[in-house]
Ligand binder design. Structure first.
Ligand SMILES: *[C@@H]1O[C@H](CO)[C@@H](O)[C@H](O)[C@H]1NC(C)=O
Ligand SMILES: *[C@@H]1O[C@H](CO)[C@@H](O)[C@H](O)[C@H]1NC(C)=O
Ligand SMILES: *[C@@H]1O[C@H](CO)[C@@H](O)[C@H](O)[C@H]1NC(C)=O
Length: 260
């Protein structure tokens, strides 16, 4: 359940990246909606609690599903345990070891450098050692969508344009597809080069019961969503090979509910 915590048309710099937002592709969305619906007077404190709820939902869900191991669910405080090393625009707990992947966008600063001396825009956090290590991405993942595949890998889809003056080693992410999973306990983003059928910034993704991934909506270019020509009110399917079937099909509800 990759989360989207960024908002369009906001400069999500390192400090600003922790935007409050509804994770529109998680199973927690209905619960989140209930909470939002019941917070009529949204004070800053409640917003922070709401944000923490989103932030920790994947972590707590991993704890609750922790098999036979004893799990202390009576914790009622938060403790700063470490740093993600990169702005945590997206976060997901990866099976099987519960490491946490963070994913950002192309930035002019993060806390982690890659071996090529460029800033890392993704990291892997080990909740045991509290260390974060840099991960490389080759396409700009700014506000991509994501879903878990039946084999436990996370797939992220879409993103934004390259910012070549900041980092010439990261390409266009608008139609990108990235996979991450455990490879003998090492994790790396794999980007074989297969693309979405159309460009999607701010896309949503959901794995279906047959293992296909439903990918929907987004912006074609990141420009004004009030001009509907900039939007992508279509869906496409990643098939059993986790590759797009290549066809973007108009979807009435997305047309009717624009901007997106
Ligand atoms: C990085 O971005 C910040 C925020 O936009 C800006 O204040 C700063 O000057 C930039 N630094 C460089 C080296 O471009
Ligand atoms: C493991 O590594 C191989 C070789 O680099 C790659 O083809 C495969 O996709 C990787 N698997 C995962 C789950 O990352
Ligand atoms: C709306 O967006 C399209 C596609 O980006 C562009 O060609 C067109 O000029 C825009 N129209 C207005 C009124 O901004």
């Amino acid at each position: 359940m990759a989360m989207e915590l960024c908002l369009p048309f906001e400069n999500t710099s390192t400090r600003q990246a922790s935007k409050y937002g509804r994770p529109h592709n998680t199973v927690f969305a209905p619960l989140c909606d209930w909470i939002i619906g019941n917070i009529s007077e949204i004070s800053m404190n409640l917003r922070i609690l709401e944000y923490l709820f989103y932030c920790l939902a994947p972590v707590t869900s991993a704890l609750f599903n922790d098999g036979d191991r004893h799990v202390d669910v009576s914790v009622d405080y938060f403790e700063l345990a470490g740093s993600s090393g990169v702005p945590a625009m997206h976060a997901a707990v990866l099976p099987p070891d519960g490491k946490v992947v963070f994913l950002d966008k192309v930035e002019n600063y993060t806390e982690l450098l890659l071996p090529n001396k460029r800033y890392a825009y993704s990291s892997l956090y080990d909740p045991i050692s509290h260390q974060s290590s840099p991960l490389s991405v080759t396409t700009n993942p700014f506000c991509c969508g994501g879903a878990f595949l039946p084999d436990g890998r996370l797939v992220t889809i879409g993103g934004n344009a390259p910012l070549l003056w900041l980092d010439p080693t990261v390409d266009d992410g608008f139609d990108a597809i990235r996979y991450i999973g455990s490879n003998s306990s090492t994790y790396n983003w794999i980007e074989p080069g297969n693309k979405l059928g159309s460009k999607r910034w701010y896309a949503s993704a959901q794995t279906l019961s047959n293992g296909d991934v439903f990918v929907a909506a987004g912006s074609l270019n990141g420009l004004n969503p009030g001009n509907y020509s900039n939007n992508n009110p279509t869906y496409e399917i990643l098939g059993s090979d986790r590759v797009s079937k290549g066809k973007s099909i108009p979807m009435e509800i997305l047309v009717e509910t624009q901007p997106y």
